[in-house]
Design a protein around this ligand. Sequence first.
Ligand SMILES: [Zn+2]
Length: 305
Amino acid sequence: MTALAPPVISHLQSYEHSGKLPMPAMMMMLIGGTLAAVICGAAYGAIIWYLPFVYISVALTFGIGFLAGYMMGHIGKKFHCRNNAAMIIMGLVAGFAAWYGAWVGWTAAASEGQIITFSPLAQAAVMLGVMQEGIWNVFDWTPTGVWLAGIWALEFLIIMGMSFVFAKAAIEGKIYCESCQQWLKTDCSSPALTRMEQPSELNHQLLSGQYHSLLSPHPEKHDASQYMSAELTTCPACQQVCYLTVNHIDVTVDKEGKVHANNSNLLQNVIIPPETFVDLKANWEIMFEQREEEQPMTDDTTQQS
Ligand SMILES: [Zn+2]
């Protein structure tokens, strides 16, 4: 009997969605997501009619695009959609539904409830009518004809763009356990670690089964402004799938004293063996404890000495 050679891995493997799109997800997105987008779009259209402020209207345009995409993405994720392309397509569907709903709501508000129609022909007639006369002005200019059509086209693109981006974001960077049929949450984070001179070195370490860079604490224990941080994710049900994410973090303070942490990703959701997961987690816990023990070394003690 000869021992089996360990498998040779030439590159780190990261989590990727399986591409599965269960029928309930498809149905709920098509019906629920689209309906929600139409309703919110109609409310947006009515608000736009009553709202005399162009700038707020522009902000609302971004808002409705975001809302339509966010709701669609949320429904997709809730019903276990793991298909990026489906999320993008359904995000565009939500954007279109919100845009069309906006015209229905706008027409209803402008006609004081006299005209409530989903007919594309009737809506086109409304658009053509409004295009001739114009409807609002900015800097004493009332856009009509192609100018107004151009502004509407821009509004359409903003809603569609925001919607698909935020629908897609619902499952982006998220991990799903195919065996247990559930989305996973981050299990634990590392303490602040010393940054690596050569981030690519981390790949080599992990490929050879080492990870000492993930165990070297940052020398400035409490006020590090540039450090490395790692996160572990696993499936709480089966604990058979384990993932590692590593970021460089830059902490900046703006003029108003607000603290911002900017992440730059070195590794995202790289598949690691369960033993590595257990080992890293245990070591990080020890590192956190050591840091706690050092914490009393603050102002009081230094003043006494
Ligand atoms: Zn699982």
